[in-house]
Design a protein around this ligand. Structure first.
Ligand code: FMN
Length: 173
């Protein structure tokens, strides 16, 4: 099966995990980047104006894969905006996809994400995994937003999460 793992990452966590999963699945890895540096101000701006930022590489190249596994953070309860161009592309060019995210979770789950994915792509993902940093930091007390936002996945986290994700992906596809 021809699998592409595509990630966008602002602080490095989703990229580190996506690279590790791509290697374990022998999938092609694609990193989404932007010409303009991303700032907290631009994150807010995108959200307010519902922007679809320009990204590289262009989404048109993903047609050749059997399944695409997207990795990216959640911002303000929504899928990080640099993934939007890819999600919208799938609406006109339907294709199997998965959505995997390592995000903060300091305020609990992100209930709007599944509906947003359906709205943007026109279909539900075949694999959906949301991993919260709050659960990695502590099982028994809720860490604050500043702690989850500052957390960098370590090698142990990456290995543990890769094993969990690869198993679930193999079971689902
Ligand atoms: C502006 C901003 C908003 C965020 N909003 C959320 C949120 O709504 N829900 C959540 O679970 N995490 C939220 N986070 C935390 C990130 O999802 C988390 O830090 C993630 O690990 C970042 O992934 P990255 O390192 O791949 O960029 C937010 C982070 C930033 C910077």
């Amino acid at each position: 099966m021809n699998i592409a793992v595509i990630s966008y990452s602002f602080t490095g966590n989703n990229e580190a995990l996506a690279r590790s999963v791509a290697k374990a699945l022998s999938a092609e890895y694609i990193r989404i980047s932007e010409a303009k540096p991303r700032t907290l101000g631009r994150i807010t701006f995108d959200m307010i104006f519902d922007r679809i930022p320009l990204v590289q590489p262009k989404p048109e190249q993903i047609g050749k894969y059997d399944i695409i596994l997207f990795f990216g953070p959640v911002w303000m309860g929504k899928v990080a905006t640099p993934l939007r161009a890819y999600l919208e592309y799938l609406k006109k060019n339907p294709q199997k996809y998965g959505y995997l995210s390592i995000n903060g979770g300091a305020d609990g789950p992100n209930p709007k994400v599944p509906g947003e994915l359906r709205k943007r792509t026109g279909a539900d993902p075949v694999v959906f995994i949301e991993q919260h940093i709050a659960d990695l930091i502590s099982a028994d007390h809720k860490p604050a937003r500043k702690d989850t936002s500052a957390y960098k996945l370590n090698e142990g986290d990456i290995n543990q999460l890769t094993g969990k994700i690869v198993k679930k992906v193999r079971d689902m596809i």
